[in-house]
Design a protein around this ligand. Structure first.
Ligand code: SF4
Length: 527
């Protein structure tokens, strides 16, 4: 079949190994088989090498949630590296925003498994020193900020989980590297799948030839609303390759997707990282057609579940419309709400009948980006709430920050990314427990005691007591700010609203609010 790229076929085929594993009791056998098919661990790790292994871990989820790489797989890979004579073997990862990495390493079982198998250290990348690494042939970033312990390694091994992703169809071998990127840079690449694909491919290019193996844990997987709130499924395979692009392509095929469906796979192939062309891939072990396991996809819910909350978009990225399920923070059934997102929001309704309009993202907050009449229409609403962040879902974090400071409507500190993952998908592809918990937090404004009780049920009182901040697996925002201050690199441009013309309606009200009640002067700016 003709390739999607106009280039001569590769001289040498990439190899991808597929091994079956019925359950995690067979994980070590399946991992060994996959690595043997690729030529053995000696091809990946030499005596004396320093090895860094990156699992897939975003929240403090238990292994049976199928959200993180299973500890049995990590154990098997650490053992193999030890047998190869590695001088040091470390496990490193950071979590999704606002999760406590230490608690996550414990609850997922990854720390215990790695150390039991002979790892020297488990490195919390949130606390690591970061180094700036040049990206060859860059797309989005000329340089990326990566953990020093990662870049000090001679051999890097990536162990993604086989799961769907609401941004990029599936996470797998390239998107997963977002986990190594410094928090400051991660913000910029959550607008949509394409931004994400270009940027994470840059991370893989920065790792270069150190990235020796991608081995995907598909003994159990997550389908539907991945990466956090999906359903457990049982593909029963380990898929491995030294070519991360080929590994993605074959795994996508096994999951019932097109091999090129993940944007990052296309970008990485075009940039010469590897091949996703099945004609250029030699599949070893099991045949693809014998292990195909069609995954339910992540299906975004584009409209609020509440009849009195209506959406208006135009030119909005995913990063803004993901916020829809989280806003307004509390829904009063007696009121009428509008959510507005995008750089060219199309508003056909008369917003004069709405009690509250939420302008989501810096695009919606800047009348100068909008079509004529925007300001007047929005200005007729009884109340306007601005969320001037990009991407717009950072607004949830912002609300949380305010809640920390003065006990605002987000008494519950967990209506954040985890809840958004559960709420931005249609119910039949979402883990109902996670969706119910997220809705309960949103609708009932649980007390801190309720949250503590729920957390104790999940983690147990002892583990909870030993965690930081001892209530929920989150890193306080103030601490995040400290990391950001500590890292060298270009400052992100501050978000500003510029007050143009004048005037009446939305512009004036937005400006006045941003200035704490004082009317703005023409041309004045504020954060
Ligand atoms: S603020 Fe604008 S550019 Fe940023 S994510 Fe939203 S729509 Fe996209």
């Amino acid at each position: 079949m003709r390739s999607f790229l106009e280039r001569p076929p590769l001289a040498q085929k990439s190899k991808v190994a597929i091994a079956r594993g019925e359950s995690y009791g067979e994980a070590e056998r399946a991992v060994r088989r996959a690595v043997e098919l690729l030529g053995g661990i000696g091809k990946i790790c030499k005596r004396g090498d320093k090895v860094m292994i990156k699992p897939n871990m975003i929240y403090a989820s238990k292994p049976e949630d199928a959200e993180t790489t299973h500890p049995a797989v990590v154990k098997a890979v650490v053992k193999l590296c030890r047998e190869a004579g590695a001088s040091s073997v470390k496990l490193g990862e950071q979590t999704g925003w606002h999760c406590d990495p230490e608690l996550s390493f414990t609850v997922t079982g990854l720390k215990e498994a790695a150390l039991a198998a002979g790892a020297d250290e488990v490195v919390n990348w949130d606390n690591d020193e970061y180094v700036t690494v040049d990206v060859p042939n860059p797309r989005s970033f000329a340089r990326v900020m990566l953990p020093k312990s990662l870049m000090d390694a001679d051999v890097i091994i990536h162990l993604p989980k086989m799961k769907t992703n609401a941004v990029q169809v599936a996470t797998l071998g390239i998107k997963g590297w977002i986990g190594a990127l410094h928090n400051r840079m991660r913000t910029f690449i959550h607008k949509n799948a394409l931004d994400n694909g270009f940027s994470t491919t840059d991370v893989v290019k920065a790792l270069g030839s150190k990235l020796k193996l991608t081995l995907i844990d598909g003994i159990e997987g997550m389908e539907g609303s991945g990466p956090h709130a999906g359903l457990v499924c049982h593909p029963k395979v380990i898929i491995a390759s030294q070519d991360v692009v080929a590994c993605n392509a074959v795994t996508c095929k096994v999951m019932g997707f097109h091999p090129l469906e993940i944007p990052a796979t296309q970008v990485a192939m075009k940039d010469g990282v590897g091949t996703a062309d099945l004609d250029e891939i030699e599949v070893l072990g099991e045949r693809i057609e014998d292990v195909i396991y069609p995954f339910k996809r992540a299906v975004n819910q584009y409209v609020s579940r509440y009849p009195n909350v209506r959406e208006f978009v135009g030119g909005a990225c995913q990063g803004c419309f993901w916020t829809f399920p989280s806003l307004p923070p509390h829904v009063d059934p007696q009121k009428k709400y509008a959510l507005v997102a995008g750089a060219r929001a199309l508003i056909g309704d008369d917003l004069g009948s709405y009690d509250e309009v939420h302008l989501i993202g810096i695009c919606a907050c800047a009348p100068s980006h909008q079509l004529p009449g925007f300001k007047e229409r929005v200005g007729r609403a009884k109340r306007i709430v601005t969320h001037p962040y990009c991407p717009g879902y950072n607004t949830a974090v912002h609300h949380h920050e305010k809640a920390e400071a003065k006990g605002d409507v987000f008494e519950v500190p967990d209506l954040l990314l985890g809840d958004m993952c559960a709420l931005w998908a249609v119910p039949d592809v979402t883990n109902q427990d996670k969706m119910d918990a997220a809705l309960s937090r949103k609708e009932n404004r649980q007390s801190l005691e309720d949250v503590r009780h729920a957390a104790e049920q999940y983690y147990g009182p002892e583990l909870l007591a030993s965690s930081r901040p001892a209530l929920w697996p989150m890193t306080p925002l103030k601490e995040m700010a400290k990391w950001q201050d500590a890292v060298e690199g270009p400052e992100p441009a501050p978000t500003k609203i510029t007050f143009v013309e004048n005037s009446d309606g939305a512009g004036l009200r937005t400006a006045t609010r941003a200035l704490n009640g004082r009317a703005p002067s023409p041309g004045e700016t504020a954060d």
